[in-house]
Design a binder for this molecule. Sequence first.
Ligand code: NAD
Ligand code: ZN
Ligand code: ZN
Length: 359
Amino acid sequence: MSTARMRAVRMTHWGGPPALTEVACPIPREDEVLIRVEAAGVCRSDLHVLDARPGTLPYRTPFTLGHEVAGRVAERGPGATGPAVGERVVVYGPWGCGLCSRCAAGAENYCDRRADLDAVRTGTGVGLGRDGGMADFLLVPSGRLLVPVGDLPAAQAAPLSDAGLTAHHAVSGIRPSLPLDGGGGASVAVIGVGGLGHLAVQILRATTSAQVLAVDVREEALSLADACGAHFGTRLRPDTSEVLRRRAGGIGVDAVLDFVGSHSSLELAVGALRAGGELAVVGSGGGELTVRKPGALPPGVRLSLPFWGTRPELEEVVALARKGVVRVETEEFALSSAPEAIDRLRSGHARGRTVLVPD
Ligand code: NAD
Ligand code: ZN
Ligand code: ZN
């Protein structure tokens, strides 16, 4: 294996198309673990990376894309800990310093040294500045970044590591704002029912008693929201904030999960929220929100910008999937068709999560 070559989908230069190319297969040293990739999800963040202007992201090119990865442990460095060779795993993607108190608590998504890592342009995590899993093999720095998945199919497991984990983390953040089970009456708007949003709908249904109101610009996404258990779905229109307020007893929704983050989605969120409500902006759609008192935001609103999730939360979402409570809607493509798969997500025709499977 040491001199072997493998296929990889690479970000070679800023603004360029993804390149399906051949690179040397990495060899695990010290604590590193080599994963044979069984599935890698395609996220809208990959499009944001591909489209980024030079200098706007703290990454060096080239690197291999793919930050949602499941596979089997193929080889371990001599000091590696964690899952054994042959075990099936999903990769915890936000790779922090591994040493600070946040990393020690499994919250590498909020590593205290993230800014230092950015400064030396080492990347945010797997497939984001560091070589990722749209490839035949993936080198992971440490066994601490692997979560066993048992017999969960790889195309189900891979999207859990970002779409599932980020949705779960965002729901966990707003849960304290929702009346407890049995209290009833709480309502949550989910804006954008794509890869992340369709899992958020399922996680809300499984772990809260809130009324789930879905908004998208596409009819197919609303039918997916319905299949995932949303109580109500509507296309984004000029009066959508009014429609959501009416659905939420005329007073506004308790929480909004915005999986778009554009100007129009943020405007909708602000218009639909109840005073004292909770807004979690997950999407990186380039919209901006002005914080001013008094201003457009209803009084008492809490705002959060959840980023990915913690390792214990990844274990929780894997457990939900293994119990059958969460099911990823997937469209599968061969790894060799990665450029077509990425184009399909860009064209707005993907349903649920697009997943690449090495062929
Ligand atoms: P996706 O393309 O699968 O889903 C986006 C959905 O939003 C689609 O169904 C689309 O039709 C819908 N949409 C677009 N504009 C809309 C609008 N104005 N109003 C309502 N719906 C609209 O994307 P995804 O992979 O689920 O990612 C969603 C966003 O979250 C992206 O911006 C991505 O970069 C970001 N993201 C953030 C994190 C994080 O940690 N914060 C993690 C992963 C992805
Ligand atoms: Zn992502
Ligand atoms: Zn750290």
